[in-house]
Ligand binder design. Structure first.
Ligand SMILES: [Zn+2]
Length: 191
């Protein structure tokens, strides 16, 4: 990959042998291994799941989590990044999720070339499948807001921000659950 990065430097008009760029190809290669680790199956995070009720309560209300994410747009290979809002309603006889794992799964699917729509979809499908052993979760939803540098940096729009949403089960179909989730997102989101 070193040589390829070197060729890119030359092709944009740079001198890859000048002092500041000497180590750049190696640095970029090393960084790519980290930020695109999502292609390496061996680094896939394990998801911890528990039987609902194991804590003495069969929980059937909405559980929410939010955080940041950083990914790369597959059309331009530059970052898009922002916040996500995740929620699910566990099946009272089904599984519950170690919530710290949501962020790690978001990170994992972000660590490859993506489009925000697919990223949102893939995270939900993956978490849904992880929980759906015998009983499907009651509902699940994810909203992602992202600033796309391929837009903001080029002034195509003043801010290259977009929001994507993927909902399943009751959070999609039950107006009350959907409103509970979306109200929470809208209180915190910018779009
Ligand atoms: Zn792009």
């Amino acid at each position: 990959m070193n040589l390829l990065i070197r060729k890119i430097l030359i092709s944009i008009g740079e001198n890859p042998d000048r002092e500041g760029l000497k180590e750049t190809p190696q640095r970029v290669e090393k960084m790519y291994k980290e930020i695109f680790r999502g292609y390496d199956k061996t680094q896939e995070p394990n998801i911890t799941i528990f039987n609902n009720g194991v804590d003495g309560i069969e929980y059937d209300q909405m559980i929410m989590d939010q955080g940041d994410y950083y990914s790369h747009c597959e059309h331009h290979m530059v970052p898009f990044f922002g916040r996500y809002w995740f929620a699910y309603i566990p099946h009272p006889k089904g599984k519950i999720l170690g919530l710290s794992k949501v962020g790690r799964i978001v990170d994992w699917f972000s660590a490859k070339l993506q489009v925000q729509e697919r990223l949102t979809h893939d995270v939900v499908e993956h978490l849904w499948k992880s929980l759906a052993n015998e009983k499907d979760p009651i509902g699940m939803g994810l909203v992602m807001e992202g600033e796309h540098l391929c837009k903001s940096m080029r002034g195509v729009k003043k801010k290259g921000k977009m929001r994507t949403t993927y909902l399943m089960g009751a959070i999609k179909d039950d107006p009350a659950a959907r409103a509970e989730f979306m109200d929470w997102v809208n209180k915190n989101g910018e779009l």
